[in-house]
Design a binder for this molecule. Structure first.
Ligand code: NI
Length: 226
């Protein structure tokens, strides 16, 4: 399942992060990928584990904690500190799949990458090209979102970033390990959760709504790895 979550960051938060990033020293994006990725990746990144990366990443992680849609869709067990990248002057990232296991900073163990997220920090009017293209069994999806919005997609998907031919495309990106490893089960839980929420908004906590809520939690109990 791919999900667009709007307005994860406010306009002020986006502006603040962009001002800090404009002053930052960027490095070759090939520093953070394996062999296959390095052959097709052409962009720049904020150095992983740098104090600025952690500081700005914390703003995003705090915003995610307050976002019920992200929680319902990702059911995250762990989310990696966000990384930041920039593409301009024809930079691009060819078709690749993200590494399946990544090490957390400060020897805090590893995570399995179930879900990839791209959070846009440039508005679509600021650059040409730069679409995130995700290929899954339902076809090919092109994504270019307003600044502050994110796209969540299964890390199992092949994806690429088209060349940026004008301006700069600045984004944050990160991975989550979900309590629900299986994308299909996670999608079903999300659908159930969203329907229960809208039913509750319409008719309140009827016996049926409580029954369905119990059913949701019992499925989560059956399937969750915590
Ligand atoms: Ni990727």
């Amino acid at each position: 399942m791919m999900l667009h979550i709007p307005e994860v960051l406010s306009a002020d938060q986006v502006r603040h992060i962009r001002v800090e990033l404009d002053r930052a020293d960027w490095v070759d994006g090939r520093a953070t990928v394996g062999d296959q990725g390095a052959r097709v990746k052409r962009n720049r990144q904020l150095p992983e584990h740098s104090p600025l990366s952690f500081k700005l990443g914390e703003i995003i992680l705090e915003a995610l904690k307050k976002n019920p849609l992200f929680f319902a869709a990702a059911l995250p067990k762990k989310t990696m500190p966000p990384l930041f990248n920039s593409y301009e002057g024809g930079e691009h990232y060819g078709l690749h799949v993200d590494d399946s296991v990544r090490h957390l900073p400060n020897a805090a163990g590893s995570i399995r990458t179930d879900l990839s997220t791209t959070l846009f920090l440039s508005g679509p009017e600021e650059y040409d090209g730069g679409e995130l293209v995700v290929v899954d069994t339902y076809g090919t999806h092109e994504v270019k979102l307003p600044a502050g919005d994110l796209i969540l997609y299964p890390s199992t998907s092949l994806h690429r970033v088209e060349p940026v031919t004008r301006g700069a495309r600045v984004c944050a990106f990160f991975w989550s390990q979900s309590m629900i490893r299986d994308d299909w089960k996670r999608s079903m839980l999300f659908e159930l959760d969203q329907n229960i929420s809208s039913l509750r908004a319409k008719i309140g906590d009827s016996d049926e709504v409580l029954g369905l809520t119990g059913h949701y939690h019992n499925l989560l109990r059956q399937w969750a790895e915590v």
